[in-house]
Design a protein around this ligand. Structure first.
Ligand code: CMX
Length: 435
């Protein structure tokens, strides 16, 4: 299988690099941790090494050191499409070489062979009430597949540690192959009277998902999903969802246990749920002023949000210090295809006003929009108006990055993660000893 062959070819080099780092530079100090950082969510403290992606504060995410713009240009495109094939993106995340179209297609063919979702996954999802949380359904569906984990089987059959990555990769391909149908099943159960649509093996990954949620007639929606999946596939291995999956995986839990945990983190309003909250905020703003609001109206509305002690969703970031290039890519998509859409124009008007207001607070470190500021408006344009589903779209995409990080961690034999907790008294005595 193509991904296994590629990783096999790289793995000894990756391991040697890690071993050399630890042997020769193990005592090299790269940062000191301040009391403030400990109390502020270990912000900015380097805790991970993963060569898959990196968030450059001033330029945004880089996958395998390629910027979003480079990736959009360089990855092979789905036939008849302007946007990269998801299979090629997965190849790049797992490996460090840009795939050819035939390699991208090979990954997609592998997914097709493994796309059958076990029946028990649907039963688990069906056991939720229709108005239950879409993310809880997704997380439970993913979790349930742990019983089929090839890694767990290999582990219990005493496969050697150096080969753990192989069965983890196998599980990762199975999981990512099944994700589109699981996500579509949840959509159809919740919002389309459970009218399920069978996968179409002729379609690429993104177009097949669009088809399964009933949007197959609009080729532009498949284009949006190719872009959306690419933009949301990864954002460094230290954000809440990726880090959670990594942490759980470090205990040698299988990929389903790890990814389900990551999805639970993604479901939080300060992380993945922000796209839903942002779209609802935009819709409320639009309806409150009965149309595209003026600058003064946006200002009034944004100030009221802050006075109520809430955040303005879609703005700010823990690492980025610029307009998120993923926001820019989505903006360009909408400008090219539906510049007059009223919700999109509302989002653009907000972009002109909100950064200034956030700067005035004097405490927001990054007043610029992140990707969530536009996600919902774009989905809404195509009639995917169920905002409580948006984080599932995010989860569908993010599984690509998260599984790649877990495979990489297994390939280089990363150990169980165990940082240290202190008591307040310990901290106080450390401080008084040094003063
Ligand atoms: N609106 C209002 N206040 C904001 C804000 C926003 N959009 N962004 C940051 N702030 C506030 C913080 O709440 C914090 O206030 P307190 O000191 O009173 O607690 C202060 O500004 C400093 O925060 P920061 O260091 O700039 O940002 P953090 O790293 O703490 O938080 C984030 C980052 C994303 C959680 C925050 O910017 C936020 O809540 N944004 C809105 C939600 C959002 O868009 N989330 C999606 C993030 C993208 C992702 O994870 O995928």
């Amino acid at each position: 299988m193509i991904l296994e062959d590629r990783i096999e070819a790289n793995v000894s080099v990756w391991r040697e690099r890690v071993a050399r780092m630890i042997k020769e530079y193990g005592d090299f100090v790269i940062s000191n941790v301040t009391v403030q950082q400990i109390y502020s969510g270990i912000r900015g403290v380097p805790i991970q090494v993963s060569d898959i992606s990196f968030v450059d504060p001033d330029h945004g995410i880089r996958y395998r050191d390629y910027s979003i713009n480079e990736i959009l240009k360089l990855l092979p495109k789905a036939p008849g499409s302007k946007y990269p094939m998801v299979g090629g993106l997965y190849y790049l995340l797992m490996d460090n070489e840009l795939p050819t179209l035939s390699k991208a297609k090979e990954v997609e063919e592998e997914w097709k062979k493994r796309a059958t979702v076990p029946d028990y996954v649907f039963k688990i999802i069906d056991s939720f009430p229709d108005d239950g949380s879409a993310m809880a359904m997704l997380s439970a569906g993913v979790l349930s597949m742990s019983c089929d984990s090839k890694f767990s089987k290999a582990y219990h059959e005493s496969v050697g540690k150096n080969d753990y990555w192989k069965s983890t990769l196998d599980d990762s391909i199975d999981l990512t192959a099944r994700m589109p149908q699981i996500a579509a099943y949840i959509y159809n159960k919740k919002y389309r009277n459970n009218q399920q649509i069978d996968p179409d093996p002729k379609l690429d990954y993104a177009a097949n998902f669009a088809h399964m949620i009933g949007k197959g007639d609009d080729p532009l929606y498949s284009e949006l999903m190719r872009l959306f999946i690419l933009l949301h596939a990864d954002h460094e291995n230290a954000n809440v969802s990726a880090h959670t999956a990594h942490l759980v995986g470090s205990a040698l839990s299988d990929i389903y246990l790890s990814c389900s945990a990551g999805l639970n983190g993604l479901a939080g309003p300060l992380h993945g749920l922000a796209n839903q909250e942002c779209c609802n905020w935009l819709l409320d703003l639009y309806h409150f002023y009965q149309g595209i609001p003026s600058k003064e109206q946006i200002e009034e509305y944004a100030r009221k949000t802050l006075e109520d002690g809430k955040v303005i969703p879609g703005y700010g970031h823990a690492v980025l210090r610029c307009t998120d290039p993923r926001f820019t890519a989505e903006m360009e998509f909408a400008k090219a295809h539906f510049p007059d859409d009223e919700l999109f124009r509302t989002a653009m008007a907000v972009f002109e006003v909100v950064p200034g207001i956030l700067m005035e607070t004097g405490k927001v470190k990054n007043p610029w929009p992140n990707v969530d500021a536009l996600n919902g408006a774009l989905q809404y344009h195509f009639g995917v108006t169920e905002t409580d589903y948006y984080t599932v779209l995010f989860g569908l995409s993010r599984m690509l990055g998260i599984t790649s990080h877990v495979v990489f961690a297994r390939a280089v034999n990363k150990p169980i993660e165990r940082p240290k907790a202190l008591t307040t008294r310990m901290l106080e005595s450390m401080i008084s000893e040094q003063n």
